[in-house]
Design a protein around this ligand. Sequence first.
Ligand code: SF4
Length: 194
Amino acid sequence: MSLKVKEIFYSLQGEGGRQGKASVFIRLSGCNLKCDFCDTDFSGGKMSELTHILSIIRKFPCKCIIWTGGEPALQLTGETVAFFKREGYFQAIESNGHYPLPELLDYTTVSPKGNPDYALKINPVVDEVRLPVKKGDAIPDLKRLPEAKYYFLSPVFTDDALATRENINYCVEQIKRLAGWRLSLQIHKLISIE
Ligand code: SF4
């Protein structure tokens, strides 16, 4: 079994319900969307056998994987998750929610883009919904989203500090106005780590 991998790196989870935890990020190549605020290069990459990926991540003192992308659910299967589970890894995923997530994952984050209704239909129960938000974006009714432990608004960070500040202020206003949401800041960007 193999996966097309863009990059593997060791860092801290920067956002959401597992923020601050050391994690091995496995970024899979490719995405089904082209979001205008996308800050990730998921193009290219190299086909890698699971055993080769394992040999790389074993070097890190950490048994937690975050499957990310691009859209990791384009490639990740239950068999792959089971392989790393047998090796003792906790596995989380960050997905845009357009595809059913494989079984056996330990923590699932769906970050719906555009019309969020699809996320509810495809993955009705997840651990976390994290919504990227720019100033003026409509905040969906929680009933239109998957059932989750946490619902986060994540202000979109841009190169324009003023626009980023406005996105943060807007999220804070919405969280105070609407029940059920929490703020998630991308601390990896604030503290300049990968
Ligand atoms: S779904 Fe995520 S990775 Fe894909 S284009 Fe949108 S922001 Fe980028």
